[in-house]
Write a protein that binds this ligand. Structure first.
Ligand SMILES: NC(=O)C1=CN([C@@H]2O[C@H](COP(=O)(O)OP(=O)(O)OC[C@H]3O[C@@H](n4cnc5c(N)ncnc54)[C@H](OP(=O)(O)O)[C@@H]3O)[C@@H](O)[C@H]2O)C=CC1
Ligand SMILES: O=C(O)[C@@H]1CCC=N1
Length: 278
């Protein structure tokens, strides 16, 4: 991959940069970062990862093989307006922004190779679960390069663009659900007198062990659950309580709300018209 420019330098950009740099996918100095105004943030990324800061004339945008859009959805229109006239025709654009459609990005940066992805913050440690969709201008070669880049931060699954709303709800937001579960387990344990240190260690190992069992045994989650559940035992008592409190229905409603919000964010950005300079 040639030069890569991140437009937006927040937590998601940092997670991807950390993955790219730690996995040595490309020289850190070929990774450039720019944002709206927070210079301290750019310096932090430069000092932590060895990436380069886009210069004031933003010449790196004209030299980029790939531009990664990593702003909040509400800021992407302005960001695209600021950069589109600086891009070469053969520069590809990869978005990591929730909800924003490929057609909105095409309106913002012109007709070119565009990929829309949904990684998650586990990218920081190379364990993102990333969904991706492409427009028809992305060549097989560019798909491969983008997949290689994103593989440095975890697994990559190509899906139809519309499915990215669901992917966002499932694996984009997913780490937060797991952390919420960890919070709940820890609060329950602390309330019953276990020390925070011991509770934390037990919970981390339990989540890690369960995720690893799912991956390594390839068994169905319900089968693994049954293996833990002795008839008349403690797990049955606990799981029955979760079922009575409508655990699965809560999770289904959670995914539904997050997917709907992704669609809403997309609809909001689709309706804003921008002045395109290219
Ligand atoms: N956090 C997550 O778990 C995930 C997030 N995402 C997506 O990643 C995107 C970024 O999220 P996150 O990193 O958390 O957001 P942050 O708020 O941390 O970062 C947003 C960045 O965008 C920059 N920015 C705003 N306007 C412009 C502009 N006009 N030109 C250039 N840069 C601009 C900001 O710069 P400044 O600070 O100077 O204003 C900031 O660096 C979101 O769209 C989100 O949907 C995707 C997957 C997971
Ligand atoms: O909450 C959000 O909107 C972003 C997208 C997925 C994770 N964080």
């Amino acid at each position: 991959m040639g030069k890569v420019v991140f437009v937006g330098a927040g937590s998601m950009a940092e997670a991807i940069i950390a993955g790219i740099v730690h996995q040595r996918v490309m020289p850190a100095t070929d990774v450039f970062v720019m944002n709206k105004s927070d210079e301290e943030r750019l310096i932090h990324l430069q000092q932590t990862y060895g990436v380069s800061i886009v210069r004031p004339d933003r010449r790196e945008l004209a030299q980029a093989e790939l531009v990664i859009l990593a702003t909040k959805p509400k800021d992407v229109q302005q960001a695209m307006q600021d950069i589109s006239h600086l891009l070469q025709d053969n520069t590809a654009v990869l978005s990591v922004i929730a909800g924003v459609s490929i057609s909105t990005i095409e309106k913002g940066v012109g007709s070119r190779a565009i990929a829309r992805s949904m990684p998650n913050t586990s990218a920081t440690i190379g364990l993102s679960a990333t969904g991706i969709a492409y427009n028809s201008s992305v060549s097989l070669d560019m798909k491969q390069r983008i997949t290689n880049l994103l593989s440095a931060i975890g697994i990559v699954e190509e899906v139809e663009e519309d499915a990215l709303h669901l992917v966002t709800a499932l694996s984009g937001s997913g780490p937060a659900y797991v952390y919420y579960m960890a919070e709940a387990l820890e609060e329950a344990a602390l309330a019953k007198g276990l020390s925070k240190e011991i509770a934390r260690e037990l919970i981390i190992q339990t989540l890690l062990g369960a995720a690893t069992m799912l991956k390594e045994t390839q068994n169905e989650p319900c089968e693994l659950r049954r293996n833990v559940t002795s008839p008349g035992g403690t797990t049955e008592a606990g799981v029955n309580t979760l079922a009575a409190q409508r655990f699965k229905e809560s999770i289904a409603a959670c995914i539904d709300s997050a997917e709907n919000r992704s669609r809403e964010l997309g609809a909001l950005t689709d309706t804003i018209s921008i002045e395109v300079k290219h």
